[in-house]
Design a protein around this ligand. Structure first.
Ligand SMILES: *[C@@H]1O[C@H](CO)[C@@H](O)[C@H](O)[C@H]1NC(C)=O
Ligand SMILES: *[C@@H]1O[C@H](CO)[C@@H](O)[C@H](O)[C@H]1NC(C)=O
Ligand SMILES: *[C@@H]1O[C@H](CO)[C@@H](O)[C@H](O)[C@H]1NC(C)=O
Length: 308
């Protein structure tokens, strides 16, 4: 009978549809299962630790390598045997995968050894809170060298880096501030580099301090006041000359006769150093005048250029 044949075909179609439906459900389940599984794999990858400072500089490797080759290309003869790839690997080994609040001087020793070079006598220029001005000066007067003009300091100046226990071992989101923990990767590195820079100094050394800081130009908590002055060698350093620079038109909060410089003088004289101090050392002040040509403190420039 046609109606019976029809219902059999309908039943067949039903079975077929049910089969397709089951297949589809199975596929959806498999997809859900797969996404749950990969999802849990991502959860097994924990978030990097959170800190208050800025994270590792993006493209750190390329920047360090680029600066390394660029410094060597300037033709410093004493650096001929330096190997930039090895230097990068040594920096990486010092911090990657490590807790950034647990850095040690041992971590950075290989890097320091790979990058060390002599600094000629009379050239060392220290600074505190005068970052822009001191580097403006050292860049136009090559008789002077700040830590950031040495090979190692040049490569890492202004960069940030720190490790993290979880993959990929580098924290690009945040790094500890110096104040956040005693042994952060940044503070251990810069204090160690500063110590070596101070130990290497000989002859007449200079320091540029900021006389427009309300709390005083010399602070015992600064790297200069806590690391560098205690690692200068009185047998090698004949004299320390302080340049105390005020902002043009800015507050003159401190001077060579001020309290904070007296404190510095006491510490250094106790260690048998000869000290001199000069307020607003003119060659440096002339650089400040580039940005303030009309200020009365900069007048001499004008009258001297107007002289016949
Ligand atoms: C800190 O560093 C030391 C020496 O590298 C290591 O033995 C110790 O396990 C580290 N501690 C932490 C909490 O990472
Ligand atoms: C360093 O400066 C002192 C004092 O100006 C000078 O006597 C000495 O010869 C200088 N040394 C070098 C290596 O230039
Ligand atoms: C002194 O410090 C202040 C505050 O950090 C800064 O704005 C100024 O440029 C510094 N002056 C010099 C001469 O470096």
């Amino acid at each position: 009978m046609p109606s019976q044949r029809g219902s059999a075909r309908r039943r067949q179609r039903c079975v077929l549809l049910a089969g397709i439906a089951i297949l589809l459900i199975a596929l959806v389940l498999a997809a859900v299962l797969a996404s749950v599984l990969t999802g849990s794999k991502e959860e097994a990858n924990p978030e990097p630790l959170r800190w208050q400072g800025r994270g590792t500089t993006r493209n750190l490797r390329e920047i360090v390598l680029g600066r390394c080759y660029s410094y060597l290309a300037e033709g410093h003869a004493e650096l001929r045997d330096k190997d930039c790839l090895k230097i990068w690997e040594s920096l990486k080994a010092a911090f990657v995968h490590k807790n950034p609040c647990n850095a040690t001087t041992e971590d950075y020793r290989p890097l320091m050894e790979l990058t060390s070079h002599p600094v000629p006598c009379n050239k060392s220029l220290f600074w505190s809170r005068t970052y822009d001005l001191v580097h403006l000066y050292s860049k136009c007067n090559h008789h002077f060298l700040t830590l950031e003009d040495t090979f190692l300091g040049y490569m890492l100046d202004g960069l940030s880096w720190c490790g993290d226990p979880s993959a990929p071992g580098i924290n690009y989101e945040s790094c500890p501030k110096w104040s956040e923990c005693e042994r952060s990767s940044g503070s251990v590195f810069w204090k160690m580099a500063s110590k070596m820079f101070a130990e290497a100094a000989c002859g007449v050394v200079h320091v540029m301090l900021n006389g427009s800081i309300e709390a005083g130009a010399f602070r015992t908590s600064s790297v200069f006041g806590s690391v560098e002055i205690f690692n200068l060698n009185p047998d090698k350093v004949s004299e320390i000359r302080i340049w105390l620079m005020n902002d043009i038109g800015g507050p003159q909060s401190d001077s060579c006769s001020g309290y904070s410089i007296k404190k510095l003088r006491n510490i250094l004289e106790e260690r048998n150093f000869k000290i001199t101090c000069e307020d607003n050392y003119r060659p440096v002040q002339l650089l400040q005048c580039v940005h303030n040509p009309d200020h009365p403190d900069c007048n001499l420039c004008i009258s001297s250029t107007e002289a016949p």
